[in-house]
Design a protein around this ligand. Structure first.
Ligand code: GAR
Length: 216
């Protein structure tokens, strides 16, 4: 679309990259308000790197091992600035980020987490949900704040939890929802429709979905 100014976006991964693939797919639409310019992994063997390369996107590995967090994050920040990126999506990026990195990216750094935050932060998220006996779980896309899995919520999607779910079956059901909700959330952030107001997100020109999800 002529004149459309796509926001230059980087995606940070540590593994498989299925959310990365969903974001890449969304960006294939020339009218999508973001373009993925760079994919960075902290792990050289992340299979998501091949997903990016296949799509012709520049990739970079920045290893976190054997040095301080500050050092690692300085390299990360330099790579992002070097690529003139102005939005960053964490997509299965499994490193905690310190305030020193996060603060300069306030409002431009988003994450997806496989639970309905603020429930079940951290790791072993699906184990936590099953142990709690919740009937509904889901995923959350949020702006990143220094606290773990904290920050203004942009979008969430809910899925039922089945009586016979294992962490794996629940993770797979939630992952399907992630692939829908992450591109939608990035669209709203990149287009400027999502605004942080206090510590809540207001989204312009979106009507709330009707109805409810009941489970079981
Ligand atoms: C996704 O389920 C994502 O929500 C989760 O890791 C998976 C990555 O899958 N992220 C976290 O747990 C972050 N704390 P992917 O590499 O196929 O996108």
């Amino acid at each position: 679309v002529a004149g459309l100014n796509r926001r230059r976006t980087a995606v940070l991964i540590s593994g498989r990259g299925s959310n990365l693939a969903a974001l890449i797919d969304a960006c294939r639409d020339a009218a999508f308000p973001a373009s993925i310019e760079l994919v960075i992994s902290n792990k050289a063997d992340a299979s998501g790197l091949a997903v990016a390369a296949q799509a012709g996107i520049a990739t970079q590995v920045i290893d976190h091992r054997g040095r301080s967090r500050e050092d690692f994050e300085a390299d990360l920040d330099a790579a992002l600035r070097g690529a003139s990126v102005d939005l960053v999506c964490l997509a299965g990026f499994m490193r905690l980020l310190t305030p020193g990195f996060v603060t300069p990216w306030y409002g431009r750094l988003i994450n997806i987490h496989p639970s309905l935050l603020p429930a079940f932060r951290g790791i072993r998220v699906h184990e936590q949900a099953l142990a709690a006996g919740v009937r509904i779980s889901g995923c959350t896309v949020h702006f990143v704040r220094p606290a773990v899995d904290d920050g203004p919520i942009i979008a969430q999607a809910a899925v039922p939890v089945a009586a016979d779910d294992t962490p794996e079956t629940l993770a797979a059901r939630i992952l399907q929802a992630e692939h829908l909700v992450y591109p939608q959330a990035l669209r709203w952030v990149a287009s400027g429709q999502a605004r942080i107001d206090g510590e809540r997100v207001a989204i312009d020109r979106v009507t709330a979905p009707a109805g409810m999800l009941v489970s079981p």
